[in-house]
Design a protein around this ligand. Structure first.
Ligand code: SF4
Length: 147
């Protein structure tokens, strides 16, 4: 059993979470690291609080109290327009302050977003391969299924 918390981007705070929960079931995207025979329980689901992400300071603590062992920063932080400029800082802060590993990514990047972002010079400079490798190595067919 792996207990996780999910933090989404405030720009998508009304999101119902359908793609994230589907990706947990299908073990794709940021959840591909969990074996299919290991149960994954979402013990917390919240958003960053809106720019510049004030809730990042507090919500991981509640998730940790609820048993979270890993925090996932949602894929919306990676492929929003623009992507979240504080992804690296959020990851470092949560890992340092709360001692919880942070995975960048939840559901696969929808293919139409991936194709657009790949044309954007500022996105390439962020080096998403380094910080969101599970998302970036996803096969295109799976990305297409999340359009
Ligand atoms: S861009 Fe970053 S700080 Fe701004 S709402 Fe999204 S996750 Fe939060």
């Amino acid at each position: 059993m792996k207990k996780i918390g999910i933090i989404i981007c405030g720009r998508y705070q009304d999101c119902g979470g359908g793609k994230c929960f589907r990706a947990i079931r299908e073990r794709v995207g940021g959840f591909s690291q969990y074996p299919v025979d290991e149960q994954v329980e979402v013990v917390g689901y919240s958003y960053c609080g809106g720019c510049p992400g004030g809730n990042i300071e507090y919500v991981p603590e509640e998730m940790k109290k609820s048993g979270a062992e890993v925090i996932h920063l949602a894929t919306g932080l990676v492929v929003g327009y623009p992507p979240c400029p504080w992804i690296r800082q959020f990851k470092e802060f949560i890992e340092t302050q709360y001692g919880l590993p942070v995975v960048i990514g939840t559901h696969p990047i929808p293919l139409k977003y991936y194709e657009t972002h790949n044309k954007l010079s500022f996105w390439k400079k962020i080096n998403m391969e380094e910080i969101a490798s599970d998302l970036m190595k996803e096969d295109k067919k799976t990305m297409g299924a999340y359009n």
